[in-house]
Ligand binder design. Sequence first.
Ligand SMILES: Nc1nc(=O)c2c([nH]1)NC[C@@H]1CN(c3ccc(C(=O)N[C@@H](CCC(=O)O)C(=O)O)cc3)C=[N+]21
Length: 284
Amino acid sequence: MIAATIDGKKISQDIRTKVENRVVKMKNNGVIPGLAVVLVGDNQASKTYVAMKQKACEKMGIHSVLIELPGDLTEQQLLDQVIELNQDDAIHGILVQLPLPNHIDEVNVIESIDPKKDVDGFHPINAGRLMTGGEAFFPCTPYGIIEMLKNQKIELNGKHAVVVGRSNIVGKPMGQLLLKENATVTYCHSRTKDLAYHTKQADVVIAAVGVRHMITADHIKKGAVVIDVGMNRDNDGKLCGDVDYEGCLSKASAITPVPGGVGPMTITMLLANTVESAERSFAR
Ligand SMILES: Nc1nc(=O)c2c([nH]1)NC[C@@H]1CN(c3ccc(C(=O)N[C@@H](CCC(=O)O)C(=O)O)cc3)C=[N+]21
């Protein structure tokens, strides 16, 4: 069997078309959805990602504002900037690009964002409501993966999903979203003993570790669905995931590539969350 490659770009495009229709509706109601991206310092990778987000916003008529701040600003200066955006009625979504410089406490910054504008879904109110229910934003990467699996009609109900990685941004919320879809969820991480023993039981493997080729064909069972969240660079600077894509291709039933898999979905869900936020503010 040769695995189906899940085309994240194509699925993103389908979803973006629907989101764009909602932008048009909003505009007819006199509201332009607005996203503010705060970029601190001059990390080149961050700059590239932020540029991609801005371009995606512009393409679908979302108002996007880039706030570039020097890497040596104080935490209080950053908090003041966020508070200003919290109060700005033209801004429905606030994204503070991570990572932040070491002298700034990320938790403090995330907690300063109005949960209603936290389109990253990183604020503890949103993280909590992912578990308990209530009006929330879900983190874009895991949310995008769920939408991708639904688009491909990949059943999660009663399936065993193994999440490799436990970050607040991907691994942890991924498990919660899979649980909401009635999957049986196992978390693995850097201290897990015999990773392959666990991943081989999985109907769906989500690799979110940040280590190139961590997941090989020997880690998966025949017919597994393999989702690669990795964004690593090989020795030639080429983008590659956490999964040995070529090796897994003849064993998996479906697999996401890097690039062109999960990455585009992340940006799509950021757009969707921003429009959702604008719709909610209009309804209030
Ligand atoms: N507050 C915050 N929110 C984020 O969502 C956030 C962040 N900080 N910090 C950095 C990470 C990284 N991230 C990516 C999103 C899309 C692609 C993406 O679209 N990648 C393309 C390829 C891009 C390329 O060619 O370099 C793909 O996989 O096809 C990558 C990375 C969002 N992040």
